[in-house]
Each structure stands twice: as structure tokens, then as C-alpha cells.
Design a protein around this ligand. Structure first.
Ligand SMILES: [Zn+2]
Length: 279
């Protein structure tokens, strides 16, 4: 008996016990509802809750082992450097594979911390998901965070699903990661003129209240590509960029992503400088 046969069998058994008050149609509905509940219990709920902390932990442990081996393989000067180089490449690929599966699994940036060390081995991956500020460095300030706040126009308490980055009108807006422009919307309400970009690993980003749009739907963009300019379109009280990050269609706090790339590259540059000094 497979899963579906089992659920319909259970459904039938239960519905037989239901008083005869229910007509056939109601019974069918009841079976349908029971079937949905069972699917939720056995299939969807464990998957939703258990995006699996354990799996993430396992990934981190394996990456740690690879990292240790990598250090050993680079730390010793062997005569046969081709073999060393080959092993190093294999280890780096294995680490990349783990990082990729990790990035697909995590629901938000709060899980990214243990990954930072390994991202240093494959920093190019940072280009593929939001990991940078979408505005010019020093050309903005954070005027509203992600979370519950009093709405500046309605005055009501409401969740703010993104960050507001206050900047001058016409300031350049850059894609925070490589991806494909999935939507360009011109509206007088809400987000106003806005762009949505789809990235790898189930990430997405939204840029709202724009003035000029410099990309079109379906266009492939690279991280840091100029896509628009800052405006105050839609329901906005001043010039700013409303910036959202989505993971698997859920709006998450983009804050930890803003300096992710900068921090990791900063550390890599420091490591390089340290080795130069040592030599
Ligand atoms: Zn906003």
C-alpha cells in the first residue's frame, strides 16, 4: 500500500464512522479535508519545519573537515605539486558543493555566519545572491529597518518588509546580486516604480520608489550593475530606496547581507597582506 492508498483508506475508515446525518457530498468533502490534513502532517509540515538544522550542521562539519585537509594540502611543500594542486582543487569543489546545498536550504541570513569561513574559499558565490549594498558606498543612510514599525503615512503599526535607504534623488541603484529581472512595474501606489530580480538559491530582491528604470524584464544583470535611480514614486514621504530580499518567496531581513561581500573580501585581502608581510 503506498502513501496515497493509505491516506484514502484511512479517510474512508474515518468517514464510515461519521453519523449518517452527512450526505454523500459532505462525506466526500470530509474525506478530502482529512486527506489534506494527513498530507500536511506527513509531508508538508516536517519539510517546512525541518528544512533541517541537522543537515546544515552536517554540511558545516564536512566543510570543516575539507577545510582542515585543505590547510594541510597547502601547508606542506611536496615535490609533486601537481598532485597537491589537484587535491586542492577537488577539496575546493567539494566545499563549493556543500556551500551551494547550504545556501539552498537556509531560510534567511541568520544561518550564514558559520558559512563565512568557507565562502572565503569560493568568494565568487557571493555574486549570486544578495550580499552587497544596492547603493553607492557613503551615499545613503538607513532610515527604516525591517520589522514592526509605525507606518509614516497611515500612522498605523505595520510590519516593514524591507529596509529604507535614504539617498538623494537620482542616485544610482545597483543590483545586489547577479540574476534575471523578473518584473519592472510602474505604479503610483505602494512600491511605486519598482524592480524585482530573481537570483540563485531561491533568493530575490526588490527595489522600490524608483525614478528611472534602466533595465527591462527578462534582462540578465550582474551584481553591481546599474539598474535604476533613486526616486520617491508610490507611497513614499521622501527620496529613498525601499530594498527587500526574498528567500523562497518569503521576505527576510536584508540587513546581514549588506556588508557580507565586503567583510569576506576584506578578510581575504587582510590575509593576503599578512602573507606578503611574512615573506
Ligand atoms: Zn520601505
Amino acid at each position: 500500500m503506498n502513501f496515497f492508498e493509505l491516506t484514502s483508506w484511512i479517510g474512508k475508515k474515518i468517514s464510515r464512522g461519521v453519523p449518517k446525518l452527512l450526505n454523500t457530498k459532505d462525506r466526500q468533502h470530509l474525506i478530502y479535508v482529512i486527506f489534506l490534513v494527513l498530507i500536511c502532517l506527513f509531508y508538508i509540515v516536517p519539510r517546512a519545519i525541518g528544512f533541517s538544522q541537522q543537515k546544515l550542521k552536517d554540511n558545516t562539519i564536512v566543510m570543516e573537515q575539507y577545510g582542515e585537509r585543505l590547510k594541510l594540502s597547502t601547508g606542506t611543500i611536496l615535490q609533486d605539486s601537481v598532485v597537491v594542486e589537484k587535491e586542492r582543487e577537488q577539496l575546493l569543489n567539494a566545499i563549493e558543493e556543500r556551500i551551494v546545498s547550504f545556501l539552498y536550504q537556509i531560510p534567511d541570513y541568520s544561518y550564514i555566519k558559520p558559512l563565512e569561513t568557507y565562502l572565503e574559499y569560493r568568494p565568487k558565490l557571493l555574486e549570486q545572491f544578495p550580499s552587497a549594498v544596492p547603493l553607492e558606498k557613503g551615499g545613503y543612510y538607513l532610515s527604516s529597518r525591517y520589522g514592526i514599525r509605525i507606518h509614516p503615512i497611515s500612522g498605523r503599526t505595520k510590519k516593514h518588509f524591507g529596509l529604507d535607504l535614504a539617498a538623494k534623488s537620482g542616485e544610482p541603484v545597483y543590483a545586489s546580486a547577479t540574476g534575471i529581472v523578473s518584473k519592472v512595474i510602474y505604479s503610483k501606489k505602494g512600491y511605486g516604480t519598482h524592480i524585482i530580480i530573481r537570483h540563485r538559491f531561491g533568493f530575490g530582491s526588490l527595489y522600490g520608489h524608483l525614478s528611472k528604470v534602466l533595465v527591462h524584464e527578462g534582462q540578465k544583470v550582474a551584481q553591481h550593475d546599474l539598474i535604476a535611480t533613486v526616486g520617491s514614486s508610490g507611497s513614499s514621504t521622501g527620496y529613498h530606496l525601499h530594498y527587500e530580499v526574498m528567500k523562497n518567496d518569503v521576505k527576510i531581513d536584508p540587513r546581514p547581507s549588506l556588508n557580507l561581500k565586503k567583510d569576506i573580501y576584506g578578510h581575504l585581502i587582510k590575509l593576503k597582506l599578512d602573507t606578503v608581510v611574512e615573506q
